[in-house]
Structure formats: structure tokens, C-alpha cells
Design a protein around this ligand. Structure first.
Ligand SMILES: C[S@@+](CC[C@H](N)C(=O)[O-])C[C@H]1O[C@@H](n2cnc3c(N)ncnc32)[C@H](O)[C@@H]1O
Length: 247
């Protein structure tokens, strides 16, 4: 994410880079079109609960639905730059919501676990700042959920990089998190399935953090129709658990 507002206007096929997503976009992707959050929640509940020591900081929690479903009885602080309320999604009595930018957030208790699910692309513009912030909070464990980009999504990223000015998809960041060692991974597949190719193009613009205009929408739809029989595809994803290096 670029932390100062940027607008790049080139020609009609070129696009402005986006820096954020609205809560409606997050909720549409997660609730209408993609089953990733149900799968992530089930994996956490069944296999990974022991790694989530409390208190847990859910960074860019969105609706907070993963925490609500999988970490219901654990103490979780759900932070997000968007204002999300209990009307948008219910909150467990053990959780709290704070509307704040991660880089401005200073916990008033010792955080044991940082959970970053599909939010790294918003935080990784300045890696020094991110590693510094993580090192100040100093959790024992960091748990990331990331797209692997080794599948059709990887092809889409290549296509986007050729056709868009500055896409910002979620990619693995080498050297992050600094001072931590990968101790466990869980691979899984999620399904992104829409009613139309135009809806799918909209969801891809959300994933790549770009604004669609009519021209690029039809180019993207054309590209998708060439490759896919139906408006949907699987996304290979990974949960990575990092433990703090012994000092
Ligand atoms: C793709 S959504 C992921 C939501 C949730 N973690 C999930 O997996 O369902 C990314 C979220 O990160 C939030 N976000 C982006 N930049 C942020 C920042 N600097 N600090 C806190 N939240 C941020 C967005 O508002 C959005 O809700």
C-alpha cells in the first residue's frame, strides 16, 4: 500500500491504483463469491487453535468473521481501518473492535499472537516500517494467510502487471517477518465462483487492488473467457505460522 494518496491517470485503458477496500467489497468477496473464510475458520478450529495464544491481534480483521467463528472464546482485538460495527457482523463477548490503522495502533497489553489474513498487501509498501512495527509489538507468534499465486491467480497477476499501471496483489514478501522462523504451514484451496464473467472481473479488481473502467473490464472479461469455461476458479492458499527466534 502506498501510504500517501496517489492517483495515476494515463490513458483510458490505464487505471488508478487503489489503496484500500471498502467493507462492502470485503463482505461481498467473502460472503457472496469466495468460500475462503469458511475454510480458514475450519482449519484454525480443527488444527491450529494451540498456536493462537492470547491476546491475539487480528490485523485488518475485516468483518471479524474468522475470529468470531474460529476463535470465539479466545481474547481477540480486531483492528481495521474501516469502521465495522456489530450491525455489520456480530462480535464475540471475548473480542473487541478498534477502528485504527495498524501503524498507528499501540496495544496497551502484551500481544502474544498477530494474525494477518489477506491483509499483507496493504501493509507491505515499506517493509522496514512493517518489520519495525511488528518488532515493537513483539508477539511470540505471527500467523499469515496468503494466496500462493502458483495457479490461475498467478497467471492473472502476470496479465495484470502487463495491462494495469500498478496492480498491488497479495504476494509473499521475502524477509518478512524479520526475526521469526516458519514453524508450520497448512495448504488449502478456496473457490472463487461468480454468476457472470463481469462479476468475476470485479472480484479480480478487488484482489489486484485496481479500479476497473469499462474498457479494461471488457478486456479482462475477454481474457477470462478465453481461459475459463465458467466464471470461477480455485485459489491455492497457505497458512504460515512463524515463531519468534530465540535471542
Ligand atoms: C482483504 S481484507 C481481509 C479481511 C480479513 N482479514 C479476512 O481475511 O477476511 C483486508 C482488510 O485490511 C484492512 N486494512 C487495510 N489496511 C489496513 C491498515 N493499515 N490497518 C488496519 N487495517 C487495514 C482493510 O480495511 C480490509 O478490511
Amino acid at each position: 500500500m502506498t501510504r500517501t494518496p496517489t492517483l495515476i491517470l494515463l490513458n483510458s485503458l490505464r487505471l488508478s491504483m487503489r489503496e484500500s477496500v471498502t467493507k462492502t467489497e470485503v463482505s461481498d468477496f467473502k460472503n457472496k463469491w469466495c468460500d475462503e473464510n469458511q475454510i480458514i475458520s475450519t482449519i484454525i478450529k480443527n488444527e491450529l487453535l494451540e498456536y493462537f495464544a492470547e491476546p491475539i491481534l487480528d490485523v485488518g480483521a475485516g468483518q471479524g468473521d474468522i475470529a468470531f467463528t474460529a476463535l470465539h472464546e479466545k481474547r481477540v482485538i480486531c483492528i481495521d481501518v474501516n469502521e465495522v460495527t456489530d450491525k455489520d457482523y456480530p462480535l464475540s463477548e471475548f473480542h473487541e473492535r478498534i477502528q485504527v490503522d495498524f501503524f498507528d495502533y499501540n496495544p496497551n497489553e502484551k500481544i502474544k499472537t498477530i494474525f494477518i489474513s489477506h491483509t499483507l498487501q496493504f501493509l507491505d509498501e515499506e517493509m522496514n516500517l512493517l518489520n519495525e512495527k511488528i518488532n515493537i509489538i513483539d508477539p511470540d507468534t505471527i500467523i499469515l494467510v496468503l494466496n500462493k499465486n502458483d495457479d490461475f491467480l498467478g497467471d492473472l497477476i502476470d496479465w495484470s502487471e502487463q495491462n494495469f499501471v500498478n496492480p498491488n496483489p497479495e504476494v509473499k514478501v521475502p524477509g518478512f517477518p524479520e526475526g521469526y522462523t516458519l514453524s508450520k504451514t497448512v495448504n488449502f484451496k478456496a473457490d472463487l465462483r461468480c454468476k457472470s464473467f463481469s462479476d468475476l472481473a470485479t472480484q479480480i479488481s478487488y484482489l489486484m487492488l485496481i479500479d476497473l473502467n469499462e474498457d479494461i473490464n471488457s478486456e479482462l472479461v475477454h481474457f477470462l473467457k478465453m481461459i475459463l469455461k465458467e466464471p470461477g476458479f480455485e485459489i491455492n492458499q497457505i497458512i504460515e505460522i512463524y515463531s519468534k527466534n530465540e535471542s
